[in-house]
Structure formats: C-alpha cells, structure tokens
Design a protein around this ligand. Structure first.
Ligand SMILES: [Zn+2]
Length: 399
C-alpha cells in the first residue's frame, strides 16, 4: 500500500496513513505520497503542554499560531473554564487545529476575569462541578483550583477542599496553583492526594522548599513547572534539584501575559530545564509520557496511535534563557521545531494573534511580538506593509 507520509532518516522511519502511525522501523519502503527527511533530527511524540490557557476570557490565547512552531499537539487548558463557561472552551476545542483537553476550574466563573474567582464561595459549587465534568468527559480530565490570597480572599483552603471533593467523585486529579499566602503552602500541600498536581512548583513567590513539599512528593503528588508570568524561578528550581525534587511535568502556563515573554513557548521552557542540568531525555519525558500519564491521555510513537509527531533540530549552541524574575541561565542546547503533525497533518505557519486590548505588554514584550511577526511574514511571503504603519497601503497624495 502507499502511505500518506513517510518520515525518513530518523532513529526509525515512521509511516503514516489515515492520520495514524501505520509502520515504524528502520529502512521502510519509500512508498508514500510525501516523504519528509528528518535525518539528524529529534523526533518525538507530539508534545503535551499540561498547563496552558486557551479558553476565552482574560488569559486565553489561540493555540494554533504557537503550536505549528513549537511541537505542542495537545494543549491542556488549566482552569480557564468553570461550569458556567464550558461552552466557550468547547468551541475552542472544536475549532483548533491542535487537540485541546482541560481541567475544570472549581469556580464556576473560571478565569473570565483576571483573578479572584474563588472569593465568593457560591461560585465553588461542588455539585455543579461534578455535573460539568460528568457531562464533558471527553474534555475534562481533572479539576483546577487556584489558591493564593488574591484568588480566594478570606476563604483559605476551602475552594481546594471543594475541588478535591468534586475530583474524588469524578475519579480525576486536582491541579492546585500555589502563590502568595495566606493560606500557607503547608496547609495547601497537606490536603493533596497521590496523583494530584502542584503547579508553579518552582515558584519564586511561593518558594516551595520545605518539608511539606518533600512529604507531598514522597506520597505521589506530582510537581508541575507551570512557568507563567510569575511562577518560575531558577534559584528555587536549583535548590529543589539539589534536594532531589525534579518536576514530573514541564508546562508553560502559556497565556496572554506570558506568551510574549518570559515564556514564549514549550521548547524555550524545556531549554530552561536543560540549562540547570536536567538531561534531554528527562526533559522530553516531562512533556510527553509524564503529562499523558498524569491525566490518562494517549501519547507515544506506536503503530495504530494517532500520528501526533514533533520534529526538532537539536542545535548544540549556547542559548540564554530568562525566568520570571529576570534571572538568566545558559542552555547548552537550543531546540528548534521543524515540523509539527497533528493526526498526520503538518500544521501550517500562522501569524501571531494580536494581544487582547486589556493585556498590558512591556516594551520588550511588544518588540518580541514585532520580531516574531516579521519573521513569520518573511516565511509566508514578502510583507505587504511594514508592521509599523499603513503608509504604503494608503498613500497620501503629495502636495
Ligand atoms: Zn495558569
């Protein structure tokens, strides 16, 4: 038979038909409608980003303009939607080129606004959350609870208790976001069960370094990186690594305020782990098999599996990376995504979506966005107009 696509020259050849992997092995016959040479490349299952925001609201971004050049085929929305706002997230999941899965916010208003979603406990309705998960099992694989002083007000860990109650009833994990106390980090971590996730695990704000973190990790609570605009500090991660605490999953917390820096994308976040000495194999597991196992998603290059595949150039060159507090480190490797396939389909280049009008960008973030826009315009075609004006498009008559 003639395959749709053959990725040839990698560790093994991969043949794709009908959106699935049809054969894997060395020296497959070159009988395919299209052959892509991936020799010298790192070929991985499509990456899974366990903490992103793609649902409509203050934080949400369009995943497709980032996925095509980052290898991320599965985007897990971490709590943008609550029970009141499921429909908006479902529309994104239905229309995006990538796969969208989600964690339901225990607060029914979700992240429609900037924060504060669990200050009113009437929003943290356990029965409603259970119903939303049960009615949308294909979409929701866990419950998200954000616990920090701004989000919960005077309610302490009560939103987390409610999230755990809903999760227990549905047989899914809770992902808890940690941040500024109160409530104290110990109070939060002591409630978590094996298989639950602590995101922003190397946060410079919460600085989780004490015995409660070790105890949580020892009983099977998973540490998720969740970089974001404020959730990751190199010095905290380095001290955790010295203490033997390695993040199980590496995620971006990519949203409207982290997309244009300091996060940018998942390969850049992976480089931050490489920069502190985590080996490449371990970093790849933290964005493929580990997040898949955490939520019971499928992942892997196997015959019959969906052909979600990422192809990277592994450039052995120093790459300076920055955390959320402007601390820098140098990665010995830069991963450059060459191709991203979802169900065997190559994602085409997409221009960056403009930031929402309520999102403040710094000068540096704005210039990063302009730079990316120019680079992608150059890749697509010669630009019609400069990004700085409309003068060429609407020429004024000279006097
Ligand atoms: Zn988040």
């Amino acid at each position: 038979m003639t395959w749709d696509l053959l990725l040839s020259g990698g560790d093994a050849d991969i043949a794709i038909s009908g959106g699935r992997i049809a054969a894997i092995g060395p020296g497959l016959p070159r009988d395919a409608r299209e052959i892509a040479d991936v020799s010298g490349c790192l070929v991985t299952p499509g990456l899974i980003d366990l903490h992103t925001h793609v649902g409509p609201g203050y934080w949400g971004i369009d995943p497709d303009p980032i996925a095509w050049c980052s290898g991320v085929t599965t985007w897990v929305d971490a709590g943008s939607a609550g029970a009141y706002t499921v429909a908006g997230l479902r529309r994104v999941a239905e229309t995006a080129a990538v796969r969208v899965h989600a964690l339901l916010n225990i607060s029914a208003v979700g992240l429609a606004g900037r924060t504060g979603e669990s200050r009113d406990l009437a929003n943290c309705d356990v029965a409603l959350a259970i119903d939303a998960v049960q009615a949308n099992r294909d979409l929701f694989h866990g419950i998200k609870v954000r616990i920090d002083a701004e989000t919960v007000g005077a309610n302490g860990v009560e939103p987390l208790r409610r999230g755990l109650e809903a999760a227990q009833a549905c047989g899914v994990p809770v992902m808890v976001h940690i941040g500024t106390a109160p409530p104290s980090l110990d109070e939060v971590l002591d409630l978590l069960r094996p298989g639950d996730l602590m995101t922003h695990c190397a946060s410079g704000i919460a600085a989780p370094l004490g015995p409660s973190v070790r105890a949580a990790a020892e009983r099977g609570v998973l540490l998720d990186l969740g970089h974001g605009s404020g959730g990751f500090a190199f010095d905290v991660l380095e001290r955790q690594l010295d203490a033997g605490l390695l993040p199980t999953t590496v995620s971006t917390d990519l949203h409207a305020r982290s997309l244009h820096g300091p996060v940018f994308d998942l390969p850049t976040t992976m480089a931050k782990l490489l920069a502190v000495g985590v080996p490449l194999d371990g970093v790849v597991e933290a964005v493929t098999t580990h997040p898949a196992r955490a939520l019971g998603l499928s992942c892997g290059l196997a015959v019959g599996a969906p052909a979600d595949i990422a192809v990277f150039d592994v450039r052995k060159e120093p790459f300076t990376v920055v955390d959320a507090h402007r601390q820098t480190r140098v990665s010995p490797i830069r991963l450059v995504n060459r191709a991203t396939y979802v169900a065997g389909r190559l994602l085409p280049p997409r221009l960056p979506a403009p930031p929402a009008p309520w999102i403040p960008l710094t000068g540096a973030q704005r210039s990063a966005l302009d730079h990316r826009t120019r680079a992608i315009r150059d890749l697509l075609t010669t630009p019609l107009v400069g990004v700085d004006g409309l003068a060429e498009q609407f020429p004024r008559r000279s006097k």
